[in-house]
Ligand binder design. Structure first.
Ligand SMILES: [Zn+2]
Length: 350
């Protein structure tokens, strides 16, 4: 019974979030009308983050009005790590984070997106709010693409364990405003004028988000849930923010650790150091093994989410180390209990 109620509530939530299969053709036509293949193609100059530049001067588009959010029910207010699927289903969700921190314009790893398009691989992209504003054209291309689902990743990649009150709410909600701004800009293009069905199929809000650094606490989880956002983590880390992680190691991690219902984390902001070379190694192999790549929304709709009370990478407490990036004093006993000390390991930006 509980299983059934989970499914019903999730199904209701997800209907408004996910692209309906029947609309994919419409979305494809919209994308072709607005973005010729040459404009979609990767540019080498976009891949790497640029420090300084205009990255600090971008303000959230506060004038964008959002439709009222529907707070999540109690049983969906944790960190979703994976999805339990009916026996025999081999669905898997690849997620790519597009993190952008203060004082930079992050990258757009076009070769990754190009590969997903040519191989027809569905994925969920967790976009920073500021990233959406500094990459308006790329953002609109991704929003128009029926292959992808768009989620939020904080306004400027702040550690939400260290925020509270309005600052916490702003960090979570302002990406929704940025998404809405780009969705509206896409809709206002002349090329979109005759594609009203496709535009209507694009979710008005993102509905999913991922905590920067994979770090949260109860207040942050509640703030997301109060604003109607499912907090999506992962059970399979590629380790791709580490420059030393080779393409082969990333691919092996994906192939070795994948199981039905897995959510994989990688990066497409120029800090997934060998991800573009790794995906063509891993994805065909996983498909050969019978896995079907779906979006997180589709994965959730197919089964029952496995929800943790807090956020972590591979074990509880292991993302608390990121507190030291912003504060000299750890705010959680877990930050010390996992053995990490400032300076002993180079923290990576998730
Ligand atoms: Zn991130």
């Amino acid at each position: 019974m509980r299983h059934t109620s989970h499914r019903l509530i999730l199904a209701t939530l997800l209907v408004s979030l996910t692209s309906q299969p029947g609309k994919a053709a419409d979305r494809g036509a919209l994308q072709r009308a607005c973005f010729p293949a040459t404009s979609l193609a990767a540019l080498g100059s976009e891949v790497k983050p640029v420090k300084g530049a205009i990255g600090s001067a971008i303000a959230p588009p506060l004038t964008v009005a959002l439709a009222p959010a529907v707070p999540l029910p109690a049983h969906l207010r944790g960190a979703i790590r994976r999805v339990e699927l009916p026996k025999g289903q081999k669905l898997i969700a690849l997620t790519l984070d597009l993190c952008e921190q203060p004082g930079e314009v992050a990258g757009y790893d076009g070769p990754i997106i190009d590969y997903l398009r040519t191989s027809g691989t569905r994925a969920t992209l967790f976009t920073g709010g500021k990233w959406l504003m500094t990459h308006a054209e790329r953002a609109q291309q991704l929003i128009a693409d029926p292959l992808f689902e768009i989620g939020g990743h904080g306004w400027a990649h702040r550690n939400m364990r260290l925020l509270s009150g309005q600052a916490l709410t702003d960090e979570i909600v302002n990406p929704e405003r940025a998404y809405r701004r780009q969705r509206d800009a896409l809709a206002a293009r002349t090329c979109a004028a005759s594609h009203s069905a496709a535009l209507a199929s694009i979710p008005p809000r993102m509905g999913l988000h991922r905590f920067p650094f994979g770090s949260c606490n109860k207040a942050a989880l509640d703030a997301a849930a109060d604003n109607g956002l499912l907090s999506i983590q992962w059970d399979l880390s590629t380790g791709d923010p580490a420059p030393s992680q080779s393409a082969r190691a990333i691919a092996d991690a994906m192939i070795r650790n994948a199981k039905p219902g897995s959510i994989i984390i990688a990066h497409a902001n120029g800090r997934g150091h060998h991800t573009a070379e790794a995906l063509p190694l891993a994805i065909p192999k996983l498909k050969e093994l019978g896995y079907q790549f779906v979006t997180v929304g589709e994965l959730l709709a197919a089964g029952r989410p496995v929800i943790a009370e807090t956020c972590y990478d591979s074990r509880p407490g292991d993302t608390d180390k990121y507190d030291f990036l912003f504060s000299k004093r750890p705010i959680s006993p877990g930050a010390q209990s996992n053995g990490w000390r400032p300076g002993t390991t180079a923290p990576v930006s998730r």
